[in-house]
Design a protein around this ligand. Sequence first.
Ligand code: ASP
Ligand code: MG
Length: 414
Amino acid sequence: MTRNSVVFMALIVQKYGGTSVGNTDRIKNVARRVAEYRKRGDQLVVVVSAMSGVTDGLIKLAKDIAPLPSEREMDMLLATGEQQTIALTAIALHALGIPAVSLTGAQAGIVTDGVHTKAKIHNITPKQVHELLNAGNVVIVAGFQGETPEGQITTLGRGGSDLTAIALAAALKADLCQIYTDVDGVYTADPRIVPGAKKLEEISYDEMLELASLGAKVMQSRSVEFAKKFGVVFEVRSSLNDNPGTIVKAETKSMEGVMVRGISLDKNQAKVTLVAVPDQPGVAARIFKAIGDANVNVDMIVQNVSHGSGAPATDLSFTVDKPDLLKARKVIDGLKSQIGYKEAIADEKIGKLSIVGVGMKSHTGVAGKMFDVLAREGVNIDMISTSEIKISVVIELSKGESAMRAVHGAFLGA
Ligand code: ASP
Ligand code: MG
């Protein structure tokens, strides 16, 4: 490929997260990394987050003044975090003698809808980015932000710098997209819980999405969905060493050879059980409509077979995010006289253990093997749910970590 009449020059989009630019030494470290790629003749677009803690600090300032600040003003405020980092990164590159120019999201041509604090990208017209690259600059772009067609500043939701990088890589048709963070890549499990966890060489978009939504937060989920939709292959790697990271890409045939890619444990769920709910059409609809209206997100739902003959009743359990438990209880208590269940029991001491892998589509016996390991560990299974590439069980929280190690040992090695 030819760009600027230099042969084999690659266009690389790199994104550095908050910890990678957490202080001035870290920013100088980023500048040194960028300088090395540049020496090889690559063109670089560098997306940066706010320095770690800055976005949280700004939110706190606003909430000290008013509990529910205007979302337009929150965007105005939060966008300043990334704006500090782009300028500092450009200054660090200048100190190394490298021409670099920083751009806000708007200047980089990132146009969004008008939904403040969680705007969606509509399109990107990176005219200035191209011009500056062609003039020999490293271009530094503020992550997490854009502009409406009317010129209002917007932000893309927490963790949105990942989305900026992936979307820019797609718009610029970059040869490579690297997401730099403070871990070496995506692991088979959280290494702090499972010492034998291994770094993955590759993972499919769908596996990455399942693991992220199951609480293994490496990247913003929306950015992975975007990458899947536009076929952006990217690498998650550390800014603190030179180890190769994990490549995230579309599923390949060879990926199906592995039954389980990763395991996650979500400790942030709570379970609600309604005992003896009348088994009639419309009851579940009424319950979950009311919970949805209260903006409570429901994850797993299990309904038992009906018991009793005269007026059949059933037990109904579901899980919600722990912080939403009180809200859910209120809704449920409010429905009691209308629906007429016997009692509601809430349990916060649960964990959701999940195994994920595209190989499950073509292997049998995966669930049986997982349940067998749990049985041998003396772990009782409370709820089960499955998808094509995932099996999740709700178990007692206190046994979550040891169960995770045992299941990891059985599928992925100790
Ligand atoms: N600074 C923003 C946040 O903390 C965006 C990001 O870091 O990706 O959520
Ligand atoms: Mg982040």
